[in-house]
Each structure stands twice: as C-alpha cells, then as structure tokens.
Design a protein around this ligand. Structure first.
Ligand code: PLP
Length: 420
C-alpha cells in the first residue's frame, strides 16, 4: 500500500488506486489528454476558511487579501470573493482582473515598487483604498494625483524591518533588495505623509519571505513591528490603524507537516502588537491558499538508466512547473504497483534544470503510467511559459465529482501562426 502523507486529506489510495475526495477519478480520465492541471476549489475554500477561523480567535480585526500573482484564474477569484477575502494586486492587469471579479476598491491592495503614473491615476480614480508605497518619489506622485482629484488618499508604507543577521540571511527578500524601503527612511515617508493634506498614512506593510514555516521568525518580526509602530505613534504622532504582514506563509499542507499553527500565529500577533483592538491586521497570502489546491496529471513518456540512476520523463516540464527552489512539488503514482528502484523525475524539456522532484521516489514506474504532482497551484500557471510546448489545460473538480474544463491547452497550430 502506498503511504500518502496525512497532510493531504483529499487524497487516499483504495485498491492501490489514487482517489480524490474518495472518488476514483483517475481511472476515468483516459479521454483527456495529458498533461493537465486540476483546481480543487474545495481545498481553496477550506484553506481560506481555516485561515480566517484560526486567526480570528486572537485577532479582532482581520483582513485577508489573496495575492492574485500566485494564480489569477477567474475561478479562484470568484471563490475568494464568495468567501469574503480581499485581493492583492501588483499591476493594472491584476487590478482589472480584481475588478472583473467584482472586488470593490475597499477590498483591493495595490503593491509594487514602480507603479506607473497611469496605474496610480487609475487606482486612485477607482477608490482603491489600500495603496502601498515603496519609495519617496511614489509618495510624492500619489500626493500630486490626490491633490488633483481633491481627495485624501490613505496609504501604507512598505518597510524592510531590522532582524537578527541570521534570520535576515534566511529571507528571500533581504536588506539590499529592491523591494520596500529601509525602516529608518520609512519614518521620513511617514512624516512627509502626515504633513500632507492629501495623504493619510494609515499603516505599515512588510513582506520579506515566502514558504515561511517558523514561529520564531514571526516572534522577531512582530517584536520589531511593535516597537516601530509605538515609535510612530508616540514620537511622531502618527496613528497606525493597519498592520500588514504581507504574504509568505508556506502552503497549508507544508505548514501542517512542520507543525506550524495558524492559531498560534494569531496569538503571537495579539500578544506583541499593542492596542490590537484598534488595529486591522492584514495578510496577503498567495501560496498558503492556492499551492496545495492544485494537482497536475502527467504521463510518463520515457524511462531510462544512466550513471546507475533511473530516470523517468513525464510530459509536464519546468515551463509549467517553474522550478523555483521555493516550490515543494511532490510526485505520487496514480496506481501503486509496488516498491521500485529509486527514481528521479524530469520533464520533457531539453534543459538540465527541468527536474520536477529533487527527491527521488521509490515506487515502480513504467512508461505510459500516470503520475500526480501535488502542490502545484502557486506561481506555476501564472508564471508558465510555452518554451517549446503548449501550456497544459486546466480543469476544476466540481461538486458532482466531475472534471470541468476551465481553460483549454494552448493550440500548437495557433502557436505556430502567432510566431510569424
Ligand atoms: N504580498 C506581496 C507584496 C508579495 O510580493 C507577494 C509575493 O511575491 C505576496 C504577498 C504573496 O506571497 P506568498 O505567495 O508567498 O504568500
């Protein structure tokens, strides 16, 4: 019997065949061309609701905004809206997607280090309430637009916190990164905004990592933020209503496997941030909500042995599953045929980086077998490239336990035509 990790409760093996939500789906997909993705809407909903429920136990005012960049399929945006999440965007395209899904301006957060004048004019004109500022020049530009529109624009300022050198080293976004502004300079932006009659500095924002699984990191971050906010409030007389902790949480299944508890995170926040009742705590999760809400179905095209290793080549590659070192893909068999030799799994691309799983698997795999790739919902479809192959189709697994096509695969003939 194949042992599936308990952190994926929607997957089980029955008679050695993989079941999705107790349904033997994969034996019934012979008519569907591989590779393809499946969106597990139910998992996205569960992840969202769990996050809200566990955080609200300790945080009285909470605003969760789905980071659209992680995966911007309309279906996901509609689910997010229905659940009551806000949306975090980084460009006019993403802003328009959020509007198409009917998110009101009050539920949209606009981030990015180099928003254009046109983007800012558009956002301010549409009453986007959460404008997150990344530089002094951007702040001045927002002030000019707000003055022209005769409004007071609320803003938050993205700062890079001061952390222990060891913690800082582990973060994706470091002190010298292009994103955010150092916390001391950040104070100057707050002071400037406070003096302006067209700006209202309402909050502090920070986002410095992804795949975070450590309560110790939050301990450090929150204790810095509390001191920073207290200084802004007491020394500079700037009232901070919003504490935006950005995105960065690892996926639900990865956090479960590392024993990271969202409820404990909520307790950490409420014990560190002074006057928590008067503030709104904001999160902008992408990966946490969507990473394990997608699986990919792929067929084994070839097997080979070389240098004493067994390789199998699946029909999905790094052009769809971006091989970012922050992704935790996990490969499991559709049908378990017993223990086999340790095997590495690569995609079909003629590129050495096209390796899906760094950890070799130890189950028997033959040509034409189906493999299922877990944890592939974040930064895959939204970042995917054609790179020699059509991008795969996307299905959703609906309430009637059926696959519903939500986006067809790219058409090769069309791809050829568009290249001329
Ligand atoms: N917020 C901001 C400002 C980001 O830049 C990102 C990702 O790049 C996110 C939120 C989402 O991060 P994650 O998917 O790690 O939660």
């Amino acid at each position: 019997m194949f042992n599936i990790n308990e952190n994926y409760p929607y997957l089980t093996y029955k008679n050695n065949k993989l079941n999705l939500y107790n349904y033997d789906l994969f034996s019934q997909i012979s008519g569907i061309e591989t590779p393809f993705f499946i969106y597990l809407e139910k998992r996205f909903q569960e992840n969202s609701r769990n996050l809200i429920q566990d955080l609200t136990k300790n945080i009285p005012n909470l605003f969760i905004s789905y980071a659209i960049k992680a995966n911007y399929l309309g279906r996901i945006l509609h689910s997010a809206k229905k659940i009551g999440l806000g949306i975090e965007v980084m460009s006019l395209f993403e802003l328009k997607l959020a509007q198409e899904a009917k998110f009101p301006g009050s539920d949209i957060i606009f981030n990015g280090p180099a928003k254009t004048k046109e983007e800012l004019e558009y956002a301010i004109g549409k009453n986007i309430e959460h404008l997150n500022v990344d530089s002094m020049n951007e702040l001045i530009l927002i002030e000019t637009i707000a003055k022209k529109n005769d409004i007071v624009q609320p803003i938050t300022i993205r700062i890079h916190p001061e952390l222990d050198a060891k913690t800082e080293k582990k973060m994706l976004i470091k002190k010298n990164s292009k994103l955010g502004i150092d916390h001391s300079r950040g104070v100057k932006l707050f002071e400037y905004a406070k003096k302006s009659v067209h700006l209202n500095p309402v909050g502090v924002h920070t986002h410095i990592g992804t795949n975070l699984t450590s309560h110790e990191f939050y301990e450090e971050l929150l204790s810095f933020l509390d001191k920073y906010i207290t200084k802004l409030e007491q020394k500079h007389d700037i009232l901070i209503n919003e504490v935006n902790l950005g995105g960065g949480l690892a996926s639900k299944s990865v956090l479960d496997s590392k024993n990271f508890q969202i409820e404990k995170l909520g307790a950490q926040i409420s014990s560190h941030i002074s006057n928590i009742k008067e503030k709104t705590v904001i999160f902008e999760p992408g990966r946490y909500l969507i990473e394990d809400s997608f699986i990919a179905v792929t067929k084994v095209l070839r097997t080979k042995k070389s240098w004493g290793r067994k390789w199998v080549f699946s029909d999905i590659g790094a052009n769809s599953l971006i091989p970012m070192r922050y992704n935790f893909y996990k490969v499991i068999p559709q049908e378990y045929k017993g223990k086999g030799q340790y095997t590495n799994i690569g995609g079909p691309l003629c590129l050495p980086v096209d390796v899906i799983s760094e950890d070799a698997v130890d189950f028997e795999i033959e040509e034409t077998d189906l493999l299922i790739i877990l944890n592939c919902g974040a930064y895959t479809i939204s970042m995917s490239e054609q790179f020699g192959y059509p991008r795969p189709a996307i299905y959703s697994f609906n309430q009637e336990s059926k696959l519903e096509l939500i986006k067809p695969a790219d058409d090769i003939e069309k791809m050829v035509r568009e290249s001329f």
